[in-house]
Design a binder for this molecule. Structure first.
Ligand code: AMP
Length: 217
C-alpha cells in the first residue's frame, strides 16, 4: 500500500501514521519529523527549515520534494507519507515521481476534525524530543510528567504548537493544503475518516477505510 495522509494540524495524523505503519508493515516518511531531526542536528537543511517552521510557514516545495523523493528511494516497498503533500505542486511532483517508478498511490486518507477540537489538542500536545511520540496534558498524559513513556525522552511543547503560531498554521492549511482533498477526490483516491474519537477508535475507522485496498497496491 502507498498512502498519503491529509488533515488539519492536530487531527492525529502522526499518531495514526505510526499505528497504521506498524499494522500494515509500511515504511513511514514524516516530513515534519525529518525536518525536526535536522533542526536538532543543526544541518544546513535544518537551519533552512527552522526559519519556516517556527513561524508556521511551509518549507519551499522544491526542498521538501527533493527530500521526499530521496526518502522514497530508500523505501522500495509500501509507505505512508505523513505531512506530505501539503500543496498542489507537491502532489503533482509526487504523482509524477511515483508514476515514473510505476508505483501509483493506493489512497489518500483524510482525517476530518473540526477546527476547535484541533486547536484544543495542539495547545495541550507535548512531543518527545527523542522519538517524536506525542501526548496531551489533558486527554492523554504521560505516566510521569514531562517524560516519554516509550523511550524516557524529554517531552516539549513544540514552538509551532503555541497559540499564535497554531492560528497561522490553520490559515496556511486552509489556503494551501485543504485543496488537496478535491485533488485526490477527483482522482478517486480520497477516503475520509472521522478523527473525533479516541486513538483506538480512529485507528479502527482508518483500518476499515483501508480494508478494500489490496496490500500489493
Ligand atoms: P508537521 O510535523 O507535519 O506539523 O510539520 C511541521 C512543520 O514542518 C510545518 O509547519 C512546515 O513548516 C514543515 N513541513 C512539514 N512538511 C512539509 C511539507 N510537506 N511542505 C512544506 N513544509 C512542511
Amino acid at each position: 500500500m502507498r498512502i498519503v495522509l491529509l488533515g488539519i494540524p492536530g487531527a492525529g495524523k502522526g499518531t495514526q501514521a505510526h499505528r497504521l505503519a506498524d499494522r500494515f508493515g509500511l515504511a513511514l516518511v514524516a516530513t515534519g519529523d525529518i525536518f525536526r531531526a535536522n533542526v536538532q542536528d543543526q544541518t544546513d537543511l535544518g537551519l533552512l527549515a527552522k526559519q519556516y517552521m517556527d513561524s508556521g510557514e511551509l518549507v519551499p516545495d522544491d526542498v521538501v520534494v527533493r527530500m521526499v523523493v530521496d526518502a522514497l528511494d530508500q523505501h522500495p516497498g509500501g509507505f505512508i507519507l505523513d505531512g506530505f503533500p501539503r500543496t498542489i505542486p507537491q502532489a503533482e511532483a509526487l504523482e509524477q515521481d511515483l508514476s515514473s517508478r510505476s508505483r501509483p498511490l493506493s489512497t489518500a486518507l483524510a482525517f476530518d476534525l473540526p477546527d476547535h477540537i484541533a486547536i484544543k489538542r495542539l495547545a495541550g500536545r507535548r512531543t518527545c524530543q527523542r522519538c517524536q511520540r506525542t501526548y496531551n496534558v489533558e486527554f492523554y498524559p504521560p505516566k510521569v510528567e514531562g517524560v516519554c513513556d516509550a523511550c524516557g525522552g524529554v517531552l516539549v511543547h513544540r514552538d509551532d504548537d503555541r497559540k499564535e503560531t497554531v492560528r497561522h498554521r490553520l490559515e496556511v492549511y486552509y489556503g494551501s493544503t485543504f485543496p488537496l482533498w478535491d485533488y485526490y477526490r477527483e482522482r478517486g483516491l480520497l477516503r475520509v475518516v472521522d478523527a473525533d474519537g479516541t486513538e483506538d477508535e480512529v485507528t479502527e475507522r482508518a483500518v476499515r477505510a483501508l480494508s478494500d485496498v489490496p496490500s500489493g497496491q
